[in-house]
Write a protein that binds this ligand. Structure first.
Ligand code: R5P
Length: 288
């Protein structure tokens, strides 16, 4: 593997412990102004320092992320459909490799829709994207199984993940499921688990814990963080699971502690400016 590609991969999956915490904020590319992500800049600002990388579109990166950040960007380069359109699976590559390089992307992300009407198109797009990205030493993350109509059991997910890896994806993002080990065992590249729709905080921590225990290198969580009652407390607690090897009880206790300590400071302010008082109580989780 080329030095540049390996270096970029190590920005996303930390070599110290082979773990990754990605914050997903790319939902608008087909969902528009998703609940609690209406203003990406305000959502991202208080969360940025707690994630290892940010998954987003070029529009959000240019408008809503400070250029001074050293957080690696996983740039979504596929799109072309919307939640109100005919078929979510009809995606193409919408971002050029030149623009991805201008944006200093550490990885490119795109979806494949195995078993859908546009399966062929999206799988071929993945192969072509890998061809191009490898020329510049940029890894590709393939996202599998987005959409209600696609299956989310181990049989389907191992099929979709394996196909992504066979096309050359360097990381695969998928869903957690029963018999998750089957998905892990049959996929030769690292797997990152998406958070999925909003569930209670403790359940989301359980999902992150199960995913790691089951063999995923980490999570790429969006809605379960920024749709939480307390997004900062939630990302810090997920981080505690991913990088601090916390149990679900320990992580949920941290969540509650942070909520009780400074509830107003831990909420991203949708309409008010962020207060920036110094923290008096150091968190116990393994923070960046
Ligand atoms: C889906 O297409 C997007 O790539 C999201 O990044 C992904 O689903 C993860 O976000 P969430 O945790 O909200 O499912």
């Amino acid at each position: 593997m080329d030095w540049g590609l390996q270096n970029r991969l190590s920005q996303i999956i930390k070599p110290q412990n082979n773990r990754a915490l990605m914050l997903a904020v790319d939902h608008g590319y087909f969902l528009g102004p998703t609940e609690n992500l209406e203003n990406p800049k305000k959502v991202i600002a208080p969360l940025l320092k707690y994630c290892d990388s940010l998954m987003l579109t070029r529009g959000v990166q240019r408008t809503s992320v400070p250029t001074s950040t050293n957080v690696p960007m996983v740039l979504r380069v596929s799109g072309g459909s919307s939640i109100i359109g005919e078929d979510l699976s009809q995606e193409e590559i919408t971002v050029s490799i030149k623009d991805a390089i201008r944006l200093n992307a550490s990885a490119l992300a795109m979806s494949i829709f195995v078993g859908s009407k546009y399966e062929h198109q999206t799988i071929v797009n993945l192969g072509k994207l890998v061809n191009e990205a490898e020329e510049y030493g940029i890894p590709v993350l393939a996202v599998t199984a987005v959409g209600k109509e696609l299956g989310k059991d181990a049989r389907y997910l191992s099929l979709a993940c394996r196909i992504a890896a066979e096309q050359g994806a360097h990381i695969v993002k998928t869903y957690y499921c029963d018999n998750f080990e089957k998905v892990i065992q049959s996929c030769p590249v690292p797997i990152i688990v998406a958070g999925g729709k909003k569930i209670p905080e403790r359940d989301a921590l359980q999902l992150a814990y199960n995913a790691i225990k089951g063999g995923a290198v980490g999570v790429d969580m969006g809605r379960n963080i920024w749709q939480s009652e307390n997004p900062v407390a939630m990302i810090r607690s997920v981080r505690y699971v991913v990088h601090g090897n916390a149990t679900v009880d320990q992580a949920f206790k941290l969540y509650q502690t942070i909520c009780n300590e400074k509830p107003q400071q831990n909420k991203p302010q949708q309409n008010k400016p962020q207060q920036n008082k110094p923290q008096q109580n150091k968190p116990i989780e393994n923070k960046k």
